[in-house]
Design a protein around this ligand. Structure first.
Ligand SMILES: [Zn+2]
Length: 369
């Protein structure tokens, strides 16, 4: 039992009853949290988090990008424009020089994430985008060294998910899977896919998925982003045997597929800061009520100017979920992570206890133990 008192609405979502799909009146999304704004901030900052949807090159610090880009002769105005729009491609094509750049970006990102309560992160990276600079193994090992250093210095764990660049060819994806098979490391856990989904459906890359699956890698895919057919989600889970979906909003256009995803417990790593929808119309609002498991990710913190704290806060402020819902999302993320089962069980117990203590502390009038 959780909820009583003055904060009932905020804790349970704006509906007061069912917390999952309550609609906020236009323009009111901030009004109801006015009294609890500071508490919500404290809560969302301290909330123990995993981040399962973050792209390494979309997470570079602005100061680091500026320094690296200036070193490549790019002018200040262009640096600013690139950071706001094309930072991953700019890094791949114009700025990165050496695997040590990847180490630095990784380490700094995990430092920033840990400062916002992230304890475990699953980070994707497109190795084909840097193959003209250094081979896969050198890039991957530099990132893993960043993970190890961040674990020592900030107590955060991380796993790497090499990702298919779907704007590249299917043959490049197959080549990537081959690199993964030839360079096995414990912290390289799965295969993903990202970049522009429009006209690049997941089945184009079936061979890479098949190779990775056969070698024991976990599978995740960006599918069903705004404007993309829900068929891509169906293909990913049915044909390619992907275990979780990044974004996946258009699943709601297909009720039968939605029901299947709900039944199977497919996790959708949604992105509150995704600019393709207005908050009030965002499918994120409706996904839990349809039985889907969701978990908020930062995706590309550089592009979206979002921190993990802001990401979770948006789930309450912009999407109308309650604190109890955040607990569900937190557990969804742990259960859908690619950590081994004992680690997941440990995190579930530790995060649950911490969440409950934190909620009681931040919202003393609204929570009973
Ligand atoms: Zn993404």
């Amino acid at each position: 039992m959780w909820v009583l008192g003055l904060l009932h609405g905020a804790l349970r979502g704006m509906g007061g009853g069912s917390c999952h799909h309550a609609a906020l009146p236009v323009g009111s999304s901030r009004r109801y949290v006015r009294g609890m704004s500071d508490a919500l901030d404290t809560f969302c900052l301290a909330l123990p988090k995993v981040d399962l949807h973050v792209h390494l090159l979309g997470a570079v610090r602005q100061s680091t990008f500026a320094e690296m880009a200036a070193g490549c002769g790019i002018g200040a105005a262009e640096i600013e424009a690139l950071y706001a729009g094309e930072v991953p491609r700019a890094l791949e094509q114009r700025v990165l020089r050496d695997p040590s750049d990847l180490h630095r970006i990784t380490y700094e990102h995990l430092q920033d994430a840990a400062a916002h309560g992230v304890r475990h992160s699953e980070i994707s990276w497109n190795p084909t985008g840097t193959q003209h600079l250094f081979p896969y193994a050198r890039g991957a090992d530099a990132i893993l060294a960043g993970f190890a250093d961040a674990a020592t210095d900030f107590g955060v764990s991380a796993l790497l998910i090499p990702a298919i660049d779907r704007e590249d060819t299917p043959e490049a994806a197959t080549q990537l899977a081959g690199w993964m098979l030839g360079h096995r490391r414990d912290a390289i856990v799965g295969l993903g896919i990202d970049y522009r989904e429009t006209d690049r459906p997941p089945e184009l890359f079936w061979k890479a998925w098949r190779m990775a699956k056969g070698a024991g890698f976990r599978l995740t895919a960006q599918a069903g982003e705004s404007g993309c057919h829900p068929r891509n989600i169906e293909t990913a889970i049915e044909l390619l045997e992907v275990e979780r979906i990044d974004h996946g909003y258009t699943v709601l256009e297909d009720p039968a597929l939605t029901a299947r995803c709900a039944e199977r417990g497919i996790l959708f790593t949604v992105v509150p800061s995704n600019p393709d929808y207005q908050a009030l119309d965002h499918p994120i609002r409706r996904m839990p009520a349809a039985g889907l498991l969701i978990h908020p990710g930062t995706d590309a913190p550089a592009l979206y100017q979002v921190t993990p704290t802001r990401c979770w806060r948006m789930m309450v402020e912009d999407f109308g979920f309650g604190i109890v819902d955040l607990r569900d999302f937190m557990l969804n993320g742990i259960r859908g992570s690619f950590l081994p089962e004992p680690s997941r069980r440990h995190l579930e117990a530790a995060f649950s206890a911490e969440f409950d203590a934190l909620a009681a502390e931040c919202f003393p009038e609204g929570v009973i133990a």
